[in-house]
Design a protein around this ligand. Structure first.
Ligand SMILES: [Zn+2]
Ligand SMILES: [Zn+2]
Length: 263
């Protein structure tokens, strides 16, 4: 434990409040990243896909036709992944790109159990939800579930921690246990992308159909990669009568979406 974190713990005991940035330990608020840590998070900039929220990048392409096609796609602001894939969620948004400091924060939470970072992550997410009109839109918040085996190993579901904090910040109810994951889909290295997507789409079950019926749902996870997990959850919720699903994550993986691009 470094000196700043030790001071933080002592202050916790004395005053019941934390006074240090949860990422770097500098003096500040425990509920938000300090200015320097905020600046280090790679942000999603426009243009971004209007469906999945992935920033669209102009790629170096050979030939003017390809360039024109690229320009036309960017003009419509839909990424290749969302054009080629049926989406069950209406739109997904994230404040950060899953690189650099943003990736570190997610790893701190998932693999190092630094749950003290949850308030700062969820605050960034809640601001993103407000900016994209998801806060007023949603009736309730649901977390992407974790398979029970994985939950037993990790001890917590980071998506649920984030969902609970986001729900509290937005003043929307969280529906705990709305979804469960019935198949373990963690290691699928040897399956091709379509098979992986099919597996993930079928992996989720809605256990609270009465609570989600006719509700507009904000689905929360830590990272959006291919969007297959979000689609699987959204499909289960829609089949149980939800009227719509938007997705809020802390970060969106750009590399994975690039991988979808056939060009
Ligand atoms: Zn900091
Ligand atoms: Zn997209």
């Amino acid at each position: 434990m470094n000196l700043a974190r030790l001071c933080s713990v002592v202050l916790d005991v004395l005053f019941g409040e934390r006074h240090f940035c949860p990422a770097c330990g500098r003096f500040g608020s425990a509920q938000a990243f300090c200015g320097e840590c905020t600046a280090r998070i790679p942000k999603v900039s426009s243009p971004a896909c209007r469906v999945c929220g992935t920033p669209l990048r102009r790629r170096a392409l050979a030939g003017s036709d390809a360039q024109e096609a690229q320009d036309a796609r960017e003009a419509r602001h839909v990424c290749t992944g969302c054009r080629l894939t049926r989406r069950y969620f209406e739109c997904a948004r994230a404040p950060a790109i899953y690189e650099g400091a943003a990736r570190e924060h997610v790893h701190d939470l998932k693999y190092r159990a630094r749950v003290e970072i949850v308030p700062a992550l969820s605050r960034t997410m809640a601001l993103c939800a407000i900016r994209h009109a998801m806060a007023d839109w949603c009736d309730c918040v649901v977390a992407v579930p974790m398979h029970p085996d994985k939950l037993a190993r990790r001890g917590f579901n980071q998506a649920e921690l984030l969902a609970r904090a986001v729900a509290s910040l937005l003043g929307a109810p969280l529906i705990p246990g709305a979804l469960s994951r019935r198949e373990y889909t963690g290691t699928q290295t040897f399956l091709d992308r379509q098979n992986r997507r099919g597996n993930v789409l079928n992996a989720f079950v809605c256990d609270e159909p009465a609570a989600v019926a006719e509700a507009r749902i904000l689905l929360v996870d830590d990272v959006l990669t291919s969007g297959a997990t979000a689609d699987g959850c959204a499909r289960a919720l829609l089949r149980s009568g939800a009227s719509g699903v938007n997705v809020l994550t802390f970060a969106v993986s750009v590399a994975d979406m690039r991988d979808w691009n056939p060009m």
